[in-house]
Design a binder for this molecule. Structure first.
Ligand code: FAD
Length: 370
């Protein structure tokens, strides 16, 4: 028997909503609603654009591994530029951080480096401060904008609709489904997907759904001048996530890796965080920061256990959660979208996700009910 076409309204056209709309559009009638005038304005447009399989708790690492195949070999015609490009990572440890080296080595395809080996790869490092380092040569830089645009083109080609300037203001039960009130009209849906990023709990509140304790955390980034030989350097991360530096289009992207809890908002950089960033970079490296070319901040939103939330609400029917991607929402998007599409359609989870260790129970909102 043919699968019944569900009417799905997805709230939020960041990477999460766009990738899920693409995955669902072949089998469902999908409407993707975005409050801003263009998709990707919030967290998705503000990331460090990295793909690293050693980063985050185990369920996140499983999702990242599972996303790799799509990014390395996307479907024919999906995108005309590489999504992933070589950009290894070196995580450096000073004497106070030595205990973090073994667990980082165990987190993925890594190997240990001596301080002088790390300094040989990235000559600005102050190797004398270090006790060791961990290399993840398989890490990659991501072309986030090209990926988002490819998902948006793809979802439209599959018949889904994107509406911008369409803030969702009310969600009410309508028969067995939902009535969705927006600035651009009122719509009916069998299923609503909450892919509203930092606003995930606000969407739950207007739907009368119990919130999941989502906390948006502000993170700051700056662009500074780069030494001329930096283009092929790996990204440098403090192993305890106190700062990072990534070569980026002829400049260096640097961050103090701050994580300040804030209300959902259009995040702006705080001058103190920028100053802390400069201080940490100048302490860890031989760089002197003379000019900040650009600065910004974005929100990374987490629930209590730091693992994304993907699944139907266990109390309110037809309400699907896709939030809490923290600092991993780009690198995990493809896997989360494919998992979510399977759960919404009620079909088996793709075997490659399970083979990479993705367990839907780890991501289910039910785990957060006390
Ligand atoms: C500095 C920084 C560095 C990062 N680095 C990386 C990295 O290297 N790799 C990685 O994988 N991840 C990284 N991240 C995390 C990543 O950016 C996020 O996890 C990801 O963008 C989340 O995508 P999203 O679609 O859930 O959220 P968003 O992109 O924020 O999209 C949610 C959308 O919902 C919309 N919305 C909200 N409320 C409503 C409403 N009522 N009606 C309609 N629309 C609504 C918003 O306008 C928004 O566009 C980083 C984040 C930051 C801030």
């Amino acid at each position: 028997m043919a699968e019944q076409r569900l009417r799905v309204v997805i709230i939020g056209a960041g990477m999460a909503g766009a990738s899920l709309a693409y995955e669902l559009a072949e089998t469902a009638d999908v409407l993707l609603l975005e409050r801003e005038s263009h998709p990707g304005y919030h967290s998705t447009g503000r990331s460090a654009a990295m793909f690293t399989e050693t980063y985050g708790p185990a369920p996140v690492r499983a999702l990242t591994r599972a996303a790799r195949a799509f990014y390395e070999t996307p479907p024919a015609g999906f995108i005309s530029v590489p999504i992933l490009t070589p950009r290894g990572v070196i995580l450096v440890a000073d004497a106070t951080q030595a205990a973090l080296i073994p667990e980082t080595l165990a987190a993925g395809a890594t190997h240990a480096l001596t301080p002088s080996e790390a300094e040989a790869q990235v000559p600005i490092l102050r190797g004398e401060r270090l006790v060791g380092a961990v290399a993840e040569p398989g890490a990659r830089a991501m072309d986030v904008d090209a990926l988002l645009q490819a998902y948006l083109r793809g979802l439209k080609a599959r018949g889904a609709r994107l509406m911008c300037d369409a803030v969702v203001t009310a969600l009410a039960r309508e028969g067995s489904g939902w009535q969705v009130t927006t600035a651009a009209g009122v719509f009916s849906a069998d299923v609503i997907v909450n892919a509203a990023g930092a606003w995930g709990d606000k969407i739950a509140e207007i739907a009368g759904v119990t919130t999941v304790g989502l906390v948006p955390k502000r993170r700051t980034a700056i662009l500074i001048d780069a030494p001329s030989d930096s283009a092929a350097w790996p990204m440098l991360n403090d192993i305890a996530e106190l700062w990072y530096i990534k070569p980026d289009a002829g400049l260096l992207l640097a961050s103090p890796a701050d994580a300040t809890p804030v209300e959902p908002q259009d995040a702006q950089p705080d001058e103190m965080d920028v100053a802390i960033c400069v201080d940490r970079i100048e302490t860890a490296t031989k760089l002197t920061v003379r000019r900040i070319r650009h600065k910004w901040a974005g929100l990374r939103s987490f629930v209590g256990d730091g693992v994304p939330v993907a699944g139907f609400d266990s109390i309110t029917p037809g309400f699907f959660w896709l939030v809490g991607q923290g600092g991993y929402g780009i690198q995990t998007a493809s896997a989360l979208a494919r998992l979510s599409a399977a759960l919404i359609r009620g079909v088996p989870v793709p075997a490659d996700l399970l083979a990479n260790g993705v367990d839907p129970a780890d991501l289910s909102p039910a785990r957060l009910l006390s």
